[in-house]
Design a protein around this ligand. Structure first.
Ligand code: SAM
Length: 160
């Protein structure tokens, strides 16, 4: 077994998961604004001013909606069509968010599109062998001097 195979986690089938389980029961579900992101935005004095941010691997889309409330122009992307269909339905009244089905490893998003990218848990669930491609794609879709807020890994899961 190669090193990357031996360090791979058990990845859920995201589409089946979002089809079969309510998002509120998922361990990453968080109705509140992510405290690390909130602190970063405040400490760096980032004023949204309609700037464009991608909530990468948006899933339940709770963070995308907090970013809308902060004044960002938000795109929420996810591999799972079921997750995106749900988010479109639940947040249909939000006018400054768009939800799209997109695999970051094969993204159709335009180059230099985003001022910011927030990723809470997507990089975290990628196979180690896909991490380099993730970085390439994120670099392509971020504007020059754009910022990636990456939330991943935990000392409770030391094998990442
Ligand atoms: C741990 S969940 C986090 C969801 C959300 N960011 C949150 O904080 O509630 C990881 C999410 O990444 C999505 N995902 C996994 N691989 C992906 C990929 N290659 N491209 C886009 N999304 C992906 C999954 O469908 C899932 O919704």
């Amino acid at each position: 077994m190669s090193e990357s195979e031996s360090t791979r986690k058990n990845f859920p089938d995201w589409e089946n998961l979002y089809k079969s389980q309510s998002v509120e029961t998922m361990p990453w579900y968080n109705e509140r604004f992510d405290f690390d992101l909130e602190r970063e935005l405040d400490q760096r004095e980032i004023i949204a001013n309609g700037k464009k941010i991608l909530d990468l691997g948006t899933g339940p889309a709770t963070q995308a909606i907090w970013l809308v409330k902060r004044g960002f122009n938000v795109i929420g992307s996810d591999l799972s069509e079921a997750a995106i269909n749900r988010a479109r339905k639940v947040y249909a009244s939000e006018k400054t968010v768009n939800f799209i089905v997109d695999n970051i490893l094969n993204t159709k998003l335009k180059s230099n599109e985003f001022d910011y990218i927030f990723d809470r848990g997507c990089f975290h669930v990628l196979s180690p062998r896909d991490r380099k491609e993730y970085i390439n794609k994120v670099k392509r879709i971020l504007k020059d001097n754009g910022i990636l807020f990456l939330k991943c890994f935990s000392d409770k899961e030391p094998n990442n």
